[in-house]
Design a protein. Sequence first.
Length: 103
Amino acid sequence: MTVREFVGEENIARNFVGDAIAAEWDSPLNESEQELLRDDTYLDALAEGHAELKAYRTSRYGSSVYAPEDLPPFMEKFMKKTVPLTHVLAFYALRGNSRDGTY
């Protein structure tokens, strides 16, 4: 199953206007990754990383806006958690990107 199939076209269209053709959407998700992305605890950890990165960027640069590919290295460096970009995209599609601090 790909990320696109997992989250659904409607979630991508709603939360990533203009970004639906990105190659990452067609990346495969194995069974363990699908289970992780169904786990609210894991999604909550991604939400925490999202909030922390927004706060960091606001204090450092005066703006909380960031690109989705900025979250995985931030979480690895500051939160000591490794997160693939495909998980970040799925998180935004499932929980809502809402443009509140992302690109």
